[in-house]
Design a protein around this ligand. Structure first.
Ligand code: GN1
Ligand code: MG
Length: 362
């Protein structure tokens, strides 16, 4: 990318206003900066990854729709919502000479993200914010939202994608690659579990976040209260199971997605319990009996799905997720698969946690 963020940032500011631009966060898809103007509020500047999101106008339409909902009612998030900021010339995004779309969002002062969850209280806060998000956005009719990323979290689609790149790949006899592929092969029958239940009418679509990993949860400065979820590109109709599974695979894995020692990857049951407790304190009434019966499967499936996505991207030559070195996506896949193993080993305990936090299941 040769377009400079400094050059684009000016388009969101009054003519002649001074400002500073610095990189922000470590998302794997879009590129993100924080802009600090001399005389106005700081904002987040993002270049949308066009390979992943070919329809930025759909994202903007969804952001506007949910922003109106959040500000229109009694929504806890309103105060900390990352509102879309229009460029000086109007519209939603600035188009650069290379066809890239850039947008600005309100920067939430006094907030931070956590590298890892350190206390039970933080875990409960994470669950609560996700539950409150589902409860609040559940009031929006799915039909009013665009599909900003078709087939996102449709696990059988990712498996088919892996099979396609695998058929064309060379070097498949590398032992760690072989092991990762075998890991997936042993779980093929499980991959469609949520999509089958959806097709059978057991699980229904609701407005979801799509990417509620720990890095997308804003806390207050003290790291005690979760203020809101950010990174709203994938807010669209989906299963709440995708979000619950994604949140738990991220938050219950202390060593993160790229640890120095993948062998140390572990699924923290106490955090899982606290997050689900927080979630249900806000969203219990949303969940049907069928929703509840599929929670363990969701917790197992989403890290498996992410591992499949990382593995397919490794075989495709690292075209989707940002990497720092060749082999990183394979490593990331192995970490997710280790997490799946931990979840499988703890199946009985996880099912007990789910049942205990949902007494009506017993
Ligand atoms: C991507 O952009 P970012 O880093 O928030 C990905 C998620 C993955 C996540 C893993 C649109 O999210 O699905 O869970 O990486 N987002 C998209 O870190 O594919
Ligand atoms: Mg994201």
């Amino acid at each position: 990318m040769s377009v400079e963020p400094e050059f684009i940032a000016a388009r969101f500011l009054a003519e002649g206003e001074g400002y500073r631009v610095e990189p922000l966060g470590d998302g794997l898809i879009n590129q993100t900066w924080r802009v600090s103007p001399a005389a106005s509020a700081r904002f987040v500047l993002q270049r949308i990854n066009a390979r992943v999101f070919p329809h930025p106008e759909r994202i903007a339409a969804n952001l506007r729709r949910i922003q109106a909902h959040v500000h229109g009612g009694r929504c806890d998030f309103a105060e900390h919502w990352p509102d879309l900021i229009a460029p000086r010339e109007g519209g939603d995004t600035v188009l650069d000479a290379e066809g890239g779309h850039w947008r600005a969002l309100r920067y939430i002062e006094g907030s931070r993200v956590l590298d890892r969850i350190a206390t039970e209280r933080q875990a409960v806060a994470v669950g609560r914010v996700l539950g409150a998000f589902h409860a609040a956005l559940g009031e929006v009719d799915c039909a009013e939202l665009e599909d900003s990323l078709p087939d996102f979290h449709v696990a059988p689609g990712y498996l088919a994608g892996l099979d396609a790149v695998r058929a064309a790949a060379t070097g498949l006899d590398d032992p760690s690659l072989r092991q990762a592929l075998d890991f997936v092969d042993a779980r093929r029958d499980f991959v469609p579990v949520l999509e089958r239940a959806k097709a059978a009418g057991l699980l229904r679509l609701r407005v979801i976040h799509g990417d509620p990993k720990l890095a997308n949860i804003l806390f207050d400065r003290a790291g005690e209260r979760a203020l809101t979820l950010i990174d709203l590109d994938t807010v669209k109709p989906g299963l709440v199971h995708y979000d619950i599974g994604d949140c738990l695979r991220s938050c219950c894995n202390h060593s993160g997605e790229s640890p120095d020692d993948p062998g140390a990857t572990h699924f923290d049951l106490a955090l899982c319990e606290a997050i689900l407790r927080g979630y249900l304190s806000e969203a219990a009434t949303l969940l049907t009996a069928a929703d509840r019966e599929h929670l363990y499967d969701a917790i197992r499936l989403i890290p498996l799905e992410l591992g499949i996505r990382f593995l397919a991207d490794h075989l495709a030559g690292d075209v989707y997720f940002r990497t720092e070195s060749r082999g990183q996506n394979l490593q990331r896949a192995r970490v997710q698969f280790r997490l799946v193993e931990c979840i499988e080993e703890d199946e009985a305990a996880i099912r007990r946690i789910v049942a205990a936090s949902l007494p009506s299941m017993e």
